[in-house]
Design a protein around this ligand. Structure first.
Ligand code: R5P
Length: 277
């Protein structure tokens, strides 16, 4: 198996793909020594966030050359962007999750390996728009960090919505899933649901923190239910907006932790996924 590592995934090894930008910002991709990859199994390591449009196009340029050499292409991107628009809610809405998966399939990807993909209900193997996907979960690693954080103290694991409820399965003690209703893609209407958290420490686990609205509403709700210390862990720390991590801390979260699926500039604790690859 050969590895192709882009400069955006240099924490997985020495990059052997050249990506540059022309003065007008257009991308240039070169794979030196590509002829030695003939008929080999190739795993591509890349990141598609931030600047997803640009990173996706660079990936397509890369794939356009790799697929000339082999049909055996595996792609590892730990955070899959464009996954949240996964259905046509309003007439005429483009379903970006299908478009991206279809593109990858048509550009020769035999299997995509990703983590806690938003449109998939659980970890496991799936097919979307013809693309095979191995969906791994960082849930166990996030839970292990929470255990270390609380040392010998007990804590309750809470998922802020049904979609993330599979994160609670690692809990050795109590766990709950709250019920979230949205006003829009970026605004929460209501966070409800009973959770036995009175006087207890809580760890909220979710697949993504984007605007932080979900976590802040969940924190408020859990505080109202009497929670003691609240910490929050997420696989993908998107933190879309200014000072989102600070706002979450100010809302009452004692600790925010995430994986390196997205490289962080925020002051949050980062857990490496790399050793699992
Ligand atoms: C949604 O259903 C996901 O599991 C996350 O809860 C959501 O994407 C977080 O988004 P935000 O931080 O903008 O509330």
């Amino acid at each position: 198996m050969k590895k192709l590592i882009t400069p955006y995934a240099s924490d997985f090894g020495k990059p052997n793909v050249i990506i540059k930008h022309f003065p007008d910002t257009e991308s240039y991709v070169q794979i030196p020594g590509i002829n030695s990859f003939k008929n080999q199994k190739i795993t591509i390591y890349h990141r598609l966030y931030p600047e997803p449009d640009k990173r996706i196009f660079e990936l397509l340029l890369l794939l356009s050359k790799v697929k000339e050499q082999t049909k055996n292409i595996e792609l590892l991107v730990s955070y899959l962007p464009y996954a949240r628009q996964d259905r046509e809610n309003k007439v005429g809405e483009a379903v970006s999750a299908n478009v991206l998966c279809g593109l990858l399939k048509n550009f020769g990807v035999k299997k995509l390996i990703t983590y806690d993909c938003h449109f998939l209900p659980t970890p496991g193997n799936f097919i979307r728009a013809g693309l095979k996907i191995e969906n791994r979960s960082a849930g166990r690693m996030l839970y292990a960090y929470a255990k270390k954080y609380f040392k010998k103290e007990k804590f309750v694991v809470v998922s802020p919505d049904e979609g993330a409820s599979y994160f609670t399965k690692h809990a050795e003690g109590l766990s709950h899933s709250l019920k979230k209703t949205r006003k829009s893609a970026t605004e929460i209407h209501k966070m409800e649901g009973h959770a036995e958290v009175k006087g207890k420490n809580v760890c909220i686990l979710d697949d993504i923190i984007a605007t932080g609205g979900t976590i802040m509403h969940a924190t408020k709700h859990l505080k109202e239910l009497g929670a003691k210390k609240i910490i929050v862990g997420t696989t993908h720390g998107v933190f879309a907006g200014e000072n989102i991590a600070d706002k979450i801390s100010r809302s009452g979260c004692a600790k925010i932790f995430t994986t390196n699926s997205i490289l962080q500039t925020n002051s949050v604790h980062v857990i490496e996924l790399s050793d699992k690859y």
